[in-house]
Design a binder for this molecule. Structure first.
Ligand code: HEM
Length: 547
């Protein structure tokens, strides 16, 4: 009995048991919530055969682009419609929707950092942080990306022919990059292990566990003194906070206040980190904890997300049709020729590579679900749902905007489950989805097709005011790292792609690692044959398609 009650409340995981809540689904019809369409018992994760977002995908395919899901005392409006998503993320006033339960979950780690920040705090912090990501800085970061990609290459060369977990390697390289970029700290995780690196990973895992729990077990009285994982979490957080405090103090002790323009012009050879920029920014309150909170947020937000993009892109390319991987590799080798280090213009020139990476983010969006809470009552536009009018959203409603569902919707994409980087060169429109402009390749500007090009059917970095601040950084980092790796190596699965498996928290991980064998590409190896795969793909699909 105790087990049932605890599990129902979602406390199972805290006590080492599986959660066994009962889910209730309600579908919308004629702008009203219909009767209950499904009562589902059992472990939600097992029922879906895996992570929660897969369960939401199953319900989406059965119930349409908007439904209500309740388990235990919690209830969520699940949205998989581009018109409604655009309204919530962009069209509605910036303070209409907040991060809701996500803020509660992340607060102990990120404080009032940009991701969980309430609208008032966010407004001030976003204005402070955005200038730090200026174009000259981004270009400068390319040197860092190249240095770290080379360290990874050396490591892969040493281990040539052995089985290597590429997911773990990508996580290490992106951790090292973000450490240097955010606070000029070298984790050195590609080449060594340390208690600090372990603490970073344990904190990330705890954050992910919290975001998939139904009840805040970490808020139980004195949880950090008696609950195994929570005691460890507190110790880890103390360790990370100490390091951050030291780094901030060091930067503050050598502060030279400058205007944003002066900071952008400064060619700071010594330390180009975001910490240095923010500390030296005139008017910034360096004693404030929000500086710590923003740095911690960027460490967490900018690390496994990029690693996941690299992991899943390699996973898909390695099992693609003959010629697909070779198309990307040939482009890289042709653009770079004898150069070892790609620069900004090379990244721009490697379009097939960028489209492969962005296709990776389409099939494996990070995070797979965006979380919001309505701060006041609102009416959602009709979108593609069957309703007569818009839907009323009551104050306090918790909302999941499922990026996973949008990115894989049969209404919004041709062959949605196929990894096909060529799709980004073809338009797609479905007149049945009312109010949706479709995907238009002519609207792609910059390094990747953004949420605007696909009118919110694709949101690799979110959209609207809370859109990712690190999108350009991440695209450049991923393009440089991936191009250097595939210029120099070919990859083969150890075992089969099915062995890789999938699990999630805030980002989508493999279950068993991306275990591969790599062989070095020699400089004078001829370019492999693609048999015109890219062009053939266009001919097969037609240069534009309509649903
Ligand atoms: C926000 C994705 C890399 C920092 C977001 C959001 C998404 C996202 C979807 C919006 C969340 C929401 O609306 O609730 C990604 C992906 C990345 C990536 C897929 C890599 C492939 C980075 C990097 C950084 C970063 C490298 C920092 C260096 C942030 C921050 C926010 C954010 C600070 C909060 C923005 C705000 O609320 O104003 N990211 N991100 N991200 N991301 Fe990223």
């Amino acid at each position: 009995f105790a087990v049932t009650i605890l599990s129902y409340l979602g406390l199972g995981p805290a006590f080492g048991m599986a959660a066994v809540p009962t889910a209730v689904i309600q579908k919308y019809e004629g702008s009203m919530l219909s009767f209950i369409t499904g009562v589902l018992g059992g472990d939600l994760q097992t029922m879906a055969g895996g992570p929660l977002f897969l369960l939401l995908n199953k319900y989406f395919l059965e119930n349409g682009p908007i439904f209500n899901l309740s388990f235990g005392p919690k209830s969520f409006l699940v949205i998989s419609d581009p018109v409604m998503a655009k309204h919530i993320l962009r069209t509605a006033p910036a303070d209409q929707y907040c991060k809701g339960m996500l803020a509660d979950i992340l607060e102990p780690i990120m404080g009032k950092g940009l991701i969980p920040a309430d609208p008032a705090t966010w407004k001030v912090r976003r204005r402070a942080v955005v200038p730090a990501f200026h174009k000259r800085w981004l270009k400068r970061m390319i040197t860092l990306f190249n240095e770290r990609a080379e360290i990874l290459c050396d490591d892969l060369t040493r281990k040539e022919g052995t089985v290597i977990d590429m997911e773990e390697r990508f996580c290490s390289v992106t951790l090292d990059i973000i450490g240097k970029a955010v606070f000029d700290y070298d984790f050195g995780s590609v080449t060594k292990e340390s208690p600090i690196i372990k603490a970073v990973y344990r904190v990330l895992r705890e954050a992910e566990h919290r975001s998939s729990s139904f009840i805040p077990y970490w808020n139980l009285p004195y949880a950090d003194q008696w609950m195994g994982g929570q005691v460890e979490f507190r110790t880890d957080m103390t360790m990370l906070d100490d390091i951050l405090a030291k780094l901030i103090n060091r930067a503050v002790s050598t502060r030279s206040e400058l205007t944003v323009e002066e900071l952008e012009d400064r060619d700071n050879a010594e330390d180009p980190s975001l910490l240095r920029f923010l500390v030296d920014m005139r008017g910034e309150d360096v004693s404030s904890t929000v500086l710590r909170d923003d740095l911690m947020t960027m460490l967490i937000a900018g690390h496994e997300t990029t690693a996941a993009m690299l992991t899943w892109t390699l996973f898909e390319l390695a099992q693609g049709e003959p010629g697909m991987f070779e198309e990307i590799q040939n482009e890289v080798r042709t653009v770079l020729k004898d150069k070892d280090r790609p620069d900004y213009d090379d990244v721009v020139a490697m379009k097939k590579l960028r489209y492969a990476l962005i296709e990776g983010l389409r099939l494996y969006p990070e995070p797979p679900v965006l979380i919001r809470r309505a701060r006041t009552e609102d009416i959602l536009p009709q979108g593609s749902s069957v309703m007569k009018d818009g839907i009323k959203v009551l104050r306090g409603t918790d909302i999941f905007v499922s990026t996973w569902n949008l990115h894989r919707s049969p209404e919004l994409w041709e062959n949605p489950l196929t990894f096909d980087p060529t799709r980004w060169e073809r338009s797609f429109k479905n007149p049945n989805v009312k109010g949706w402009a479709g995907y238009d390749p002519d609207k792609v500007s910059g390094l990747y097709p953004s949420e605007n090009a696909a009118d919110f059917a694709f949101m690799p970095f979110g959209g609207g005011s809370r859109k990712c601040v690190g999108d350009q950084f991440a695209m450049l980092e991923a393009a440089v790292t991936f191009s250097v790796i595939i210029k120099n190596f070919n990859f083969e699965f150890e075992g089969s792609p099915e062995d890789v498996g999938m699990q999630t928290g805030a980002t989508i991980h493999t279950m068993n690692g991306l275990r591969m064998r790599q062989t070095r590409v020699k400089k004078d190896d001829p370019l492999p044959s693609t048999d015109g795969w890219w062009e053939k793909q266009h001919l097969k699909r037609g240069l534009s398609s309509n649903g």
